[in-house]
Design a protein around this ligand. Structure first.
Ligand code: NAD
Ligand code: AHE
Ligand code: ZN
Length: 368
């Protein structure tokens, strides 16, 4: 079949809209009509050429929601008409990782996914006979896409696609990092570095679990108002402090219980660690840093009781946790609507990247 898609032909180039050929689902695979997709900073990161796994030409996008159209042989858990959210972190429920209680990083299809192909080593997308790569196993910047059954969460049919698509990455990543990965306790003091599409969800997660002081840090003061609405109690603009770490340590009488880096800047990752409280403070890296970049700190920071951790997809097990998070949204427990600042048609998708880079948007959602 044909599907309209935004193709990334090369790093640093705008996406191009084409009618692409899409082969049907093979064994264990599912054809999905994507109804809406968010644009995450990770899409921009890969498009920039900084992603060591970035390969082109590819169809980016990993924050979608849609409807099952067809299933390949052997698919048991899904059927046409089911509403689904694609999972860049699948959940096979069989591999060593899925069976381990301490991780959500299912590895069943990780190596082929990282190469931009389906588990059988081939792509379902092509243009004029040339294969186009999949991205993060999702490729939600295509109106129709094919995914393995284990990479789809079945969700309730009354949830609006143009809102719950954001649960496919940003919402789950932010709230999950607080609730699932770090298990922040009520009464905690939390610092959130970067108040974008991820950081604001960390803030709403921190408020949900009962954190009493939530400090937001962003170089763009225009982010502060929305952050306050989501639960931030204090805003810090790094430009107003000669030593950001000292400022946060002083504000909190020794440092925060938990800090989260939601930018992808290795210097800020260090600050986030070092403003965690001596003896017990824990810092979580969520931001994705470019090829060749490394983090550093004095080992004494860890010797004296701080811990450095990280979180992918908020520690969520997608087929289990994503439907629950959709329920939280439908029950009014979390706010997604106010974070979706722009809704665009696919033909304008490059504007979503411009809005992100200029700091005007929190999340842009493309609606098909
Ligand atoms: P975004 O562009 O919406 O937000 C980034 C925010 O950081 C902006 O508000 C910006 O003003 C602020 N910022 C930039 N430099 C800063 C600095 N030096 N100090 C303070 N604030 C600064 O991006 P996003 O969609 O929220 O994504 C954030 C990061 O999280 C990206 O690196 C993305 O790739 C990553 N990410 C990781 C996961 C995961 O599973 N680990 C999932 C999704 C996104
Ligand atoms: N490909 C990059 C790493 C990118 C990365 O860290 N991705 C996150 C999700 S970001 C979603 O917006 C992730 O889940 N990582 C775990 C994994 O297995 O990819 C690189 O550095 O090679
Ligand atoms: Zn993402």
């Amino acid at each position: 079949m044909k599907t309209r898609a935004a193709i990334a032909f090369a790093a640093g180039q705008p996406l191009e809209i084409h009618d692409v050929d899409l082969a049907g689902p093979k064994a264990g695979e599912v054809l999905v009509e994507i109804k809406a997709t968010g644009v995450c900073h990770t899409d921009a990161f890969t498009l920039s050429g900084d992603d060591p796994e970035g390969a082109f030409p590819a169809i980016l996008g990993h924050e979608g929601a849609g409807v099952v159209v067809d299933v390949g042989p052997g698919v048991k858990s899904l059927r046409p008409g089911d509403h689904v959210i694609p999972l860049y972190t699948p959940e096979c429920r069989e591999c060593d990782y899925c069976l381990h209680p301490k991780t959500n990083l299912c590895q069943a299809i990780r190596s082929t996914q990282g190469q931009g192909v389906m588990p059988d080593g081939s792509s379902r997308f092509s243009l004029d006979g040339t294969p186009i790569l999949h991205y993060m196993g999702c490729s939600t910047f295509s109106n129709y896409t094919v995914l393995p059954e284990i990479a789809l969460a079945k969700i309730r049919p009354d949830a609006p696609f143009d809102k719950v698509c954001y649960i496919g990455c940003g919402v789950t990543t932010g709230i999950g990092a607080v609730a699932f990965t770090m298990k922040v306790e009520a009464g905690s003091t939390v610092a959130v570095f970067g108040l974008g599409g991820i950081g604001l969800n960390v803030i709403q997660g921190a408020r949900m679990v009962g954190a009493t002081r939530i400090i937001g840090i962003d170089t763009n003061p225009a982010k502060a108002d929305l952050a306050r609405q989501f639960g931030m109690t204090d805003f810090v603009n790094p430009a107003e402090h000669e030593n950001l770490v000292d400022a946060i340590v002083q504000m909190t009488g020794g440092g925060v219980d938990y800090s989260f880096e939601c930018i992808g800047n290795v210097k800020v990752m260090r600050d986030a660690l070092e403003c965690a409280h001596k003896g017990w403070g824990q810092s979580c890296i969520i931001g994705v840093a470019g090829a060749g970049q490394e983090i550093s700190t004095r080992p004494f920071q860890l010797v004296t009781g701080r811990s450095w951790r990280g979180s992918a997809f908020g520690g969520a097990r997608g087929r289990t946790d994503v439907p629950r998070i959709v329920d939280w949204y439908m029950e009014g427990k979390i706010n997604i609507d106010d974070l979706i600042t722009h809704t665009l048609p696919l033909k304008d998708i490059n504007r979503a990247f411009d809005l992100m880079h200029s700091g005007e948007s929190i999340r842009s959602v493309v609606v098909y």
